[in-house]
Design a protein around this ligand. Structure first.
Ligand SMILES: [Zn+2]
Length: 359
């Protein structure tokens, strides 16, 4: 049942464990649909447990983006229960982003009858790159004036006006096996070749340009006395802009082996395009900063190394302001937490934006 007490609702949502692609995500979707329905929304539950709700109001609609899934496996509550200690609420997904969902519902309630028309989209698999939500998300972004994302702000409380693009790639190397003692010269080591490639790939990291390459997983070879016939690696690649996305893509697709007799196959894709700063996005931030000042908040903007649905919507040309969720820290970490005393002011900030006829 819809619950107007934010803390009770927060507890309910955190206690619905909802790792991506679990039944819990369906329960989250049903619960959020009830809450949005109680706010007068025309709610639809889509295949894949995504939630869309249209709420009548003034002017061109604003798109509110959130997600119902978390990175926490079922059973996490046993060791990491929802709990409140003083000003702080702890629990799996409380910061990323169940606190943001509570704040969003509360802001819609507070924004009053003269607020903007709204479309709410809650993705069920955001933590896995929103793979099943892409088409519906594009559809939902059609005709909106701007997108406001209730992902958490940075640990310093900054809003997010740019986000890195993210690619996940797999590099597979085929070599030629041989006896490491009697016929090593006949072999071509896939492991040695992978070592060359790892150094080459890591050297592409350029913090100034906002480019990072991390080979996070490697496997290769069979036994120590066999020249390795096969080796492979999984890598995470992040870029700040389109130009670097295309440059890195080119480099990855044309990796050349150093060792004769080895070959390289690269697979993978960009799961999030970069969200770059635009003048329309900056206008949103300036409005938010002005509203924040009236509330005693000195807001700054930051670039996030992680992606969100804001990246996907931003790539469609929709102005995006991200980081409007709950203040806290420890996303995806065991001390995940939000500040309860900061909830009202962040709620008022979002409510102010929802009521802004200029966005
Ligand atoms: Zn999130």
């Amino acid at each position: 049942m819809p619950d107007p007490d934010p803390l009770a609702l927060l507890r309910d949502l955190v206690e619905i464990e909802s790792p991506t692609y679990s039944l819990g995500v369906h329960s989250m979707a049903v619960r959020m649909a009830e809450e949005l329905d109680a706010l007068g929304g025309h709610v639809r539950l889509l295949d894949g447990d995504h939630v869309v709700a249209d709420l009548d109001g003034e002017g061109e609609p604003l798109l509110l983006l959130g997600h119902t899934d978390t990175v926490w496996e079922e059973g996490t509550l046993a060791t990491m229960p929802f709990r409140v200690e003083g000003d702080v609420a702890y629990g799996p997904g409380v910061y990323d982003m169940k606190g943001g969902l509570v704040l969003m519902l509360e802001a819609v309630r507070q924004a009053g009858p003269r607020r903007r028309a709204l479309r709410v989209f809650l993705t069920a698999d955001e933590e896995r790159g929103s793979r099943t939500a892409l088409d519906a998300l594009r559809e939902a972004a059609r005709g909106v004036a701007a997108a406001l994302v209730v992902e958490p702000p940075t640990a310093q409380g900054h809003l997010k006006t740019a986000r890195k693009g993210l690619g996940r790639f797999h590099v597979a190397i085929t070599g030629r096996p041989a006896h490491a003692g009697t016929s090593i010269v006949d072999g071509a080591s896939a492991v040695e070749e992978l070592a060359h490639q790892i150094l080459r790939l890591h050297a592409l990291t350029d913090h100034e340009r906002g480019v990072t390459v991390n080979v996070g997983v490697v496997h290769g070879g069979t036994r120590e006395n066999v020249v390795a016939a096969y080796a492979h690696a999984h890598l995470d690649v992040r870029v700040s802009n389109r130009v670097d996305l295309e440059r890195l893509e080119r480099i990855l697709r044309t990796l050349e082996p150093t060792i004769e007799g080895t070959s390289i196959q690269v697979e993978g894709e960009w799961t999030r395009p970069p969200l770059e700063r635009t003048s329309a996005g900056q206008r949103l931030f300036v409005r938010a900063r002005a509203i924040g000042r009236e509330l005693g908040l000195e807001l700054e903007q930051a670039t996030s190394g992680g992606g969100s649905d804001g990246n996907l919507v931003g790539a469609l040309g929709v102005p995006v302001l991200d980081g409007l969720g709950a203040e806290g820290k420890g996303a995806h970490a065991h001390d995940e937490q939000i500040s309860l005393s900061a909830l009202p002011v962040r709620t008022s900030l979002l409510a102010g934006l929802l009521a802004d006829p200029g966005l």
